[in-house]
Design a binder for this molecule. Sequence first.
Ligand SMILES: [Zn+2]
Length: 419
Amino acid sequence: MTRLHLPKFSLGVGDRFAHQAKAQLQACVLAKGEGVDVTPVWNKSNREHLIIGSSPKETRAAADVAVREFGWTGAYFVDADHINLENFERFLDPCDFFTIDVADQIGTAFNEEEMEKFIGRHPELQGEISIPGIQDPFRTDKAFVMQVAKQFLAAVQHASKIYQEICAKKGEGTFITEISMDETTSPQTPLELLIILAAIADEKVPIQTIAPKFTGRFNKGVDYVGDEKQFAREFRDDLATIAYAVNHYGLPENLKLSVHSGSDKYSIYKGIRAGMQEFNAGVHLKTAGTTWLEELIGLAEAGGRSLNLAKEIYATAYAHADELCEPYEAVIDIQRNKLPLPAEVHTWTSDQFVRALRHDQDDAAYNRHFRQLLHVGFKVAAKLGQRYTDILRENETIVARNVTQNLFERHIRPIFIGS
Ligand SMILES: [Zn+2]
């Protein structure tokens, strides 16, 4: 059976209001101009669809139009991001990439019998495990494997159930499968990843990407917070582990890591690229809200009533900060006392607004609290409805330039091109 295949380098692009597909694709066109194939994957989670009141069909339509207008002949996909058993149905037709989210099932009711079977099937997971590329062998015992299985087996089996349901309705091989475990509290070590991959292989889920939780904090739209060296070490060990698991458990040969909340993590891109080069590995980098922030930057740059609208969005977001932050608690860090007051922002020039928002850490005017609040503030723009989208359309050129440059210069270049 031939299976839809995800190329080595891929970029998840989120497009909250379905107006930037062309500007996003343009970033991949620029990469191609430098001889590097980067596959765009339009991702939008159920959570974002609900907040905006949009549907996966619209994401598909915007992607198709952009691809057609550019004459893009490369692969591209539409990702049902973070779906589960309750909400996958409406993604079936428009999507050909499914990110099955089982973070909620981690550590839940495990079945003793299933666990014994798993342990029995995998004597190789006990004792000494030497993974090429990782210097010291891992040493494990039955108790350790059981402890990991207790955490993850139910989650993997649940993912398998969702995968089977999608297969039954869509047909095997007609979509890319990712399993995500990133929105949970503790990071997974390379050894845990190996055990999880063994369980996924048992279930015969042909995953092409997996999103573990990495060490450190991946806050939305801002840089990585954590030990960059430790991240780089674990990332390369994860790559070694994946290569090993592909060989030992017959997982798809193009299986790669998916980095969620991957936008704007400038301080770890070097480590990611170094690991990719060492193992000749690919990566899937998911970015989403970074594009909506570029829309706001474009509007602020345009000045006049567009700038006023950006200010209005901030003032409303400021007034509703609790409600806006709540669904994103695990992935933002906003110090309220570092947020400028709306009255102050009201007096800002176009340049002041742009500099506070644009992700340039060398600029003293950059404010990551301001940026994060606006990141989760897309609901405010969604509520403005046509008032927002009309103004986006009026400023298409200036917005598109920001969207493309951000994806190409700040994301594609450091990770996939490296210069
Ligand atoms: Zn995610």
